[in-house]
Design a protein around this ligand. Structure first.
Ligand code: THU
Length: 138
């Protein structure tokens, strides 16, 4: 099961998966990112009764990493707890990932129910990112 998926990223996502807060959709997601220092940070989706305020697991993981000093994300794992198929990050999360990763950022997608895995890259899933051309990100 989950052949080819980095075990440390999967374990990090699993370590927080039980904390996913998804009482409205019942669609729990956990994620883990690896930064340029090799450090791993997890996140879960956090929903809100004002639905639009929901934050996806991927963004929660990225924000967790940045809060701890990460500035480059090299690899992401998305663990869908309630889906038979692996799920890609949504468009908003891809854009957020693009702030801290290049086109080679590896994205692993795993269904916990079935063990199905897909692997892609940020460049393939988000061929064009929005950026404020010429302006510093620092
Ligand atoms: N969700 C994620 O956390 N990551 C994804 O890649 C797709 C969707 C969450 C948002 C919401 O809490 C629930 O899944 C249903 O959309």
């Amino acid at each position: 099961m989950q052949a080819g998926v980095p075990r440390d990223l999967l374990e990090a996502a699993l370590s927080v998966a039980g904390n996913a807060y998804a009482p409205y959709s019942n669609f729990r997601v956990a994620a883990a990112v690896r930064d340029e220092r090799g450090r791993i940070y997890p996140g879960v989706n956090v929903e809100n009764s004002s639905y639009g305020l929901t934050v996806c697991a991927e963004r929660a993981a990225v924000f967790n990493a940045v809060a701890h000093g990460a500035r480059k994300i090299r690899e992401v794992l998305v663990l869908a707890l309630d889906s038979d198929e692996p799920i890609p990050p949504c468009g908003a999360c891809l854009q957020v990932l693009s702030e801290f990763g290049d086109e080679n950022l590896v994205i692993h997608m795993v269904s916990w129910r079935t063990g199905r895995v897909k692997t892609s890259t940020l460049g393939r899933l988000l061929p064009s990112r929005f950026s404020l051309g010429g302006r510093s990100k620092e």
